[in-house]
Design a binder for this molecule. Structure first.
Ligand SMILES: *Cc1c(COP(=O)(O)O)cnc(C)c1O
Length: 396
């Protein structure tokens, strides 16, 4: 194995994320001229919502776009505060910041690295408009206490489910635990739609309709079934010249294409299988890495089905190497690209510039010196898994 190939295969597995099913689905869409937001998108939205047991699905271009629509549905704007976690991909906080809101970072639970409900409760003020929880690494947050305090205070809860397609909390699927769920189908996520893609779920008609409108530029003449409505002439600012489209607000183009949706329909059928393989790999990691001095393996709450988007270990001070040296030795010495998800958002340059700093979330900041993600992927081979775990044992 030459070096780059070994690293690539560990990160992305062998072969393609797609099979003959996706190829056939894509050919069908090509023969129909591959429209934007056509019948396949509608079908995918319905199938994904049904899978989660959500009332509505709304397909979008990415989870970053979906989070932005969710924040707009929550009517968040300047002067409002949005509470979220520092341990996430930056998109989570950006959704609130982009609408001019203040981002308030709550601290995390040291075992799950998910938002700590007590810290969330402590950071609520009269200005708190929304909470964005992240089901980190594929494990759902402890939602009951968060929903209780949010309901009491009339705060909208958005779930960032980018890691958690198919994940569960107390038997209910991610995306149905708060008011709005947002999923990612980016190429690295648990199911994928041609490199980019996302889905929003909700049970609330008012939120769905607002997001539907903003997904497509708030065009007044576009109805939920994707057809142009008969024009109400009395509402046309330009009288009877109704061949002009009119707009209700300043919206976006976040529409998914039928090509992505056709792939998404096939990937959704495979999602449980992909997740089962991820869980199997995680179990193998746990078995093979158990008992290593100074290495803490992931904690899985009995309340959840963890779908292991990421397998994260903690490199404790007792380990022979510190986190940075461990990562470097794995990469240069063992040809294993480990990662660290993520730099706490409040410590990024973008958020320091907005006035954030060390000390806001002491638990998350301490964890940052420990957490390392090992490669995990449904197409990972037994040889790759053994190579990763043998390498860690050698370094320990
Ligand atoms: C990937 C990711 C996103 C953004 O998803 P995109 O589809 O790439 O925009 C948001 N939040 C988390 C936690 C993610 O991992």
């Amino acid at each position: 194995m030459d070096l780059p190939k070994a690293i690539h295969e560990l990160e992305y597995g062998h072969g393609s994320a797609y099979g003959p099913e996706e190829e056939a689905a894509l050919s069908e869409v090509l023969r129909a001229s591959a429209p934007s937001c056509g019948p396949k998108v509608k079908k995918f939205e319905e199938a994904f919502a049904a899978y989660c047991d959500a009332r509505y699905g709304l397909a979008v271009t990415s989870a970053t776009a979906g989070l932005e629509l969710a924040i707009i549905a929550a009517r968040v704007g300047p002067g409002d505060e949005v509470i979220t976690t520092p341990i996430s991909w930056i998109s989570t906080a950006n959704a609130a910041a982009a609408q001019g809101a203040s981002v308030v970072f709550a601290d995390v639970n040291p075992r799950t690295l998910n938002l700590d409900p007590a810290s969330v409760a402590a950071k609520i003020t009269d200005r708190t408009k929304a909470i964005i929880v992240v089901h980190l690494y594929g494990q759902c947050c402890d939602m009951d206490p968060i929903m209780n305090v949010a309901r009491e205070r009339g705060i909208l809860v958005i779930e960032d489910c980018a890691h958690a397609a198919g994940g569960e909390y107390k038997g209910r699927r991610a995306g149905t635990l708060g008011d709005i769920g947002v999923f990612s189908f980016h190429q690295q996520k648990n199911m994928v739609t041609l490199g980019e893609g996302g889905m929003i779920t909700t049970a609330r008609k008012d939120l769905y309709e607002r997001m539907l409108s903003f997904r497509s530029l708030c065009c007044l003449t576009y109805d939920p079934k994707g057809k142009y409505l008969p024009i109400d002439e009395s509402k046309q600012p330009m009288g009877k010249r109704y061949w002009y489209l009119d707009f209700d607000d300043v919206g976006f183009n976040f529409r998914m294409t039928d090509a992505q949706a056709a792939i998404g329909l096939e990937q959704l059928k495979k999602l449980d299988g992909f997740n089962a393989r991820r869980i199997e790999i995680a179990n193998q990691y746990c078995e093979r890495l158990r008992g290593i001095h100074g290495l803490t393996l992931p904690y899985v709450s009995p309340d959840v089905k963890h779908v292991f988007h990421i397998y994260c270990v903690l490199v404790e001070p007792e380990f022979r190497l510190n986190k940075e040296d461990f990562m470097w030795e794995m990469y240069t010495g063992k040809r294993v690209k480990v990662w660290s998800h993520y730099m706490p958002i409040h410590l990024t340059t973008a958020y320091r510039r907005r006035g954030h700093q060390e000390g806001e979330c002491p638990v998350a900041e301490a964890l940052f010196h420990k957490y390392v993600s090992l490669p995990i992927h449904p197409r990972m081979t037994e040889g790759s898994i053994a190579h990763v775990t043998d390498s860690i044992r050698e370094l320990a």
